[in-house]
Design a binder for this molecule. Structure first.
Ligand code: IMP
Ligand code: MG
Length: 179
């Protein structure tokens, strides 16, 4: 996919992310203390770096699974429909599920994925999102844990892409078009 020329301005440093992930893991660990085996579900692909760091900070017995949904639309606009591209491998019925998402933007993706997972009757589903853009919300959905609230900017890095690029950046930056 071709993109307009752009530069990336650092928004959240790798160090700040690491410190926040540690804090989140502590809160999540306290919340789930006593839970048998938590199923941590990463929403692909944007959450893959975050979930890898988060589960390594979690002092809990966890299972890790992934789900991938596709949204229709162009690279920077979130669409309102989702389709399962890759489903969970494991069963979640009666289990505690922590859904890990990269960004909650309009909220449509999270709403659809929660609706899909709810039909499988987990014991409880909670959400941990690395980033939240509350000013963009169109659907009433909330993550219990949020890494950082950010303004309405298009961001990349730490797993998050622009047209499949920049997922490998260790920090989070905002895209600034230079043309
Ligand atoms: P929502 O359905 O509008 O909440 O969109 C959520 C999804 O859109 C996220 O999981 C991301 O994949 C994508 N997205 C939203 N904002 C950004 C961004 O700033 N950079 C990259 N992807 C984004
Ligand atoms: Mg995503």
């Amino acid at each position: 996919m071709s993109t307009r020329p752009y530069a990336i301005d650092q928004l959240i440093s790798a160090k700040a992310i690491a410190a926040r992930v540690e804090g989140l893991a502590r809160e999540i660990g306290d919340f789930y203390a006593g839970t048998d085996k938590l199923v941590v579900v990463g929403l692909l692909r944007g959450s893959f770096v975050f979930i890898a760091d988060l589960v390594r900070e979690l002092d809990l017995p966890v299972e890790v699974d992934f789900i991938e949904v596709s949204s229709y639309g162009n690279a920077t606009e979130s669409s309102r429909e989702v389709r399962i591209m890759k489903d969970l491998r494991g069963e979640i019925e009666g289990r505690d599920v922590l859904l890990v998402e990269d960004i909650v933007d309009t909220g449509y993706t999270l709403r659809h994925v929660l609706d899909i997972l709810d039909t499988r009757h987990p014991r409880r589903i909670e959400v941990c999102a690395l980033l939240d853009k509350p000013s963009r919300r169109e659907v009433d959905v909330k993550a219990r844990w949020i890494g950082f609230e950010i303004p309405d900017k298009f961001v990349v890095g730490y797993g998050i892409d622009y047209a499949q690029r920049d997922r490998n950046l260790p920090h989070i930056g905002s895209v600034r078009f230079t043309d």
